[in-house]
Design a protein around this ligand. Sequence first.
Ligand code: GRG
Length: 252
Amino acid sequence: MNGGKRVRPALTLLCCEAVGGSRKQAMPAAIAVEFIHCFSLVHDDLPAIDDDDLRRGKPTLHIKVGEAMAVLAGDLLLSVAFSQLISEQYSTAQQATLTKILANATSDMVIGQVYDTIGGLPKQLDKHQQLEEIHRNKTGALIQSACEMGAICGGASKDALNAISTFGRANGLMFQIVDDLIDLHGSPEHVGKATGKDEEAGKTTYPGTIGVEASKLAVQELQKQAKSALDLLENDAETLLSFNLWMAHRTR
Ligand code: GRG
């Protein structure tokens, strides 16, 4: 409740609705994905990783309560996230599927962070493919999982789950490209965290690799891909589409 946008849980609720479920059905999974996200931010801000003092316009957790408590808070968020999924609201089959989706996405996120922090990407990939690999793992995987979990909570058919998965994959990569652009152009006051850090730290980013205009075009292309995936759903996905559009144009 401290000013995060809660994009991932919103996606879980809206994807559940888009396959014919209710937001209530998706709530435990939505909480779980936000807990994983918060764990990643707390650990990402630590001096050993990104070393940030500001998050959501406030001091980062290790600045406020010290490094030891921040490490432990992240550890705790990771485990309580998974206990959310063992909810009586879900069948045992749903619990197993949700746990698998979230566990795989969390692993991918950590792998992406390793690539981003110390490298080690597969050598056969060219620069653009390396960039995509980092972004899809570091950020895209958790966003895609948020969408897929919503679909599972809503009892999606195989086709609907595939459509939501395609939507989530496009939306997840798009989110990180927008984040790269915000880091380049946004002010810390508006964004609520330090900006201009990627260039300073020599991070692999979309604008740094393919340029600002090509990055904006990539955002547009991925937004279109996300929209086309929603067109395959039987249910009306207006709210989800509006949210996806907002994600493409966000400035913080
Ligand atoms: C150290 C074991 C261990 C794990 C940590 C740090 C880490 C693994 C992963 C971090 C991955 C990471 C921080 C990706 C960045 C994703 C991103 C764009 C975050 C910002 O998300 P927003 O804008 O943030 O949704 P709010 O504050 O709105 O919630």
